[in-house]
Design a protein around this ligand. Structure first.
Ligand code: CTP
Length: 409
């Protein structure tokens, strides 16, 4: 599934209440449409003070709904029609005042009236608060947010950082791309709700001296995609990442490490508290037996090296095998990155590592790319996940893991 189809077929009712964050909503409309959604914009009177309906109409390609007395609707019931057509109502920005109105069930303008008249079970309400940090921290707002959640709304954010007023703190509306990703995640089935997942990803880096080291070509993309898919499926995810320059998926707790030993130390104490461990990392099998304190010089001046140094290597611990050997081990999933004989090597690793599931892929064909093909191997047999982008494959893998957790006695 490409970026342009993540929200295909979804109809989003996007409500804007008054706030400077309205400027982000223009970008949000573009991103939602780019992801395949259709967007109907509805604006409160206060929102019009921050951004014009002309802008929002041009971006959404639909006239903006603004008044409950809008005569364009044949039955004159915009507040009913809008949510009957929508898969979700997202209010972004949601001002402190608008949130208070939602909590009180007031209906004195089209936006609040529509939220109240919404069939809650088929058109869920998502709100992205946007306000000054003092307004956000105020007990009245916090009380309202708690009540809003209790009433079934999903609260997205808010973010933290610089505010338009010049202050710094909680209350910023999430960025447009973050809101789009939240919406994509919202529509994923919550197959791993309440589950704890631990995932390793990326290469490791084994230092030779302060400037050089041994590593490999793993980009970490598959592991990060799995972490995102698991979080989308409702799991609590901890991602132990080797040195990669990838953004942390939303809602995922990240622990950065460099070496295999550091990865081992990050994983082992945590493993037993998790339901699932997925080892996607391309852990370096060996590390230099000694790390030179200073850079090894070509002229042989370093005490420990001649002009062409040779290294003694020592084996790194096998993190996956160590987790699989724990008495209270989680459900373990290993990866096998091979350059040939995928099935044979994957079967061998299934036995050697003592895990219930190995996911094979051809390393050189996939390192650094956005797509992949996987071969799932377990005691029962094997299943191919055909060539696809890594996020779609990750979601399929999460489905497979969820089924196995469910079937576990
Ligand atoms: N793995 C690990 N710790 C290691 C080496 C590997 O946790 N020190 C995990 C990887 O994350 C992967 C699986 O073991 O899930 C298989 O890794 P791979 O490198 O393919 O297998 P190796 O056991 O190293 O075998 P070989 O290199 O001989 O193929």
């Amino acid at each position: 599934m490409s970026e342009s189809t993540q929200l295909a077929g979804k109809h989003v009712l996007l409500g804007l209440s008054g706030g400077i964050a309205c400027y982000k909503s223009a970008e949000l409309v573009r991103l939602l449409i780019k992801a395949g959604a259709t967007v109907q914009v509805m604006m409160s009177e206060a929102a019009e003070a921050f951004i014009t309906p002309v802008t929002m109409q041009a971006l959404s390609n639909q006239p903006v709904l603004m008044s409950q007395w809008d005569a364009r609707e044949p039955n004159n019931m915009a507040h009913i029609n809008a949510t009957r057509r929508a898969d979700v109502m997202l209010v972004a920005p949601a001002s402190a005042d608008f949130i208070a109105k939602l909590v009180q069930g007031r209906a004195d303008d089209l936006l609040s009236l529509t939220a109240l008249a919404r069939p809650a079970e088929r058109c869920p309400l998502l709100v992205a608060p946007a306000m000054n940090r003092e307004m956000w921290a105020h007990p009245a707002t916090q009380r309202n947010i708690a009540q809003l959640r209790a009433d079934g709304a999903v609260v997205l954010g808010p973010g933290n950082g610089d505010q338009a007023c010049g202050e710094i703190g909680d209350g910023r509306m999430l960025e447009a791309a973050e809101l789009r990703d939240e919406l994509i995640a919202f529509f994923q089935p919550k197959l791993l709700a309440g589950k704890q997942l631990l995932i390793t990803a990326g290469p490791t880096f084994e230092p030779i001296d302060p400037v050089r080291g041994l590593t490999n070509r793993s980009s970490g993309k598959m592991g990060f995609a799995i972490a995102r898919a698991a979080a989308e499926a409702g799991a609590e995810v901890t991602l132990v990442a080797g040195p990669v320059h990838l953004a942390t998926p939303r809602g995922v707790r990240r622990v950065d490490v460099q070496t295999a030993l550091q990865m081992y130390d990050a994983v082992l104490p945590r493993a037993a508290a998790h339901d699932v461990f997925i080892a996607t990392a391309a852990v370096a099998d060996w590390r230099p037996a000694q790390i030179n304190e200073h850079k090894i010089k070509k002229d042989g001046s370093s005490a420990s090296a001649s002009a062409a140094p040779s290294f003694e290597l020592t084996e790194n611990p096998d993190i996956l095998a160590a987790v699989a050997a724990l008495a209270d081990r989680p459900f373990c999933v290993g990866f096998a990155a091979e350059s040939r004989d995928l099935l044979k090597h994957a079967r061998e690793k299934l036995l050697r590592k003592g895990v219930p599931l190995i996911v094979g892929n051809l390393g050189p064909a996939t390192f650094g790319r956005d797509d992949n093909a996987l071969l799932l191997v377990d005691a029962q047999g094997q299943r191919e996940l055909l060539h696809n982008d890594k996020l779609s494959l990750a979601r399929e893998l999460i489905r497979e893991i969820a089924t196995r957790l469910h079937d576990k006695p």
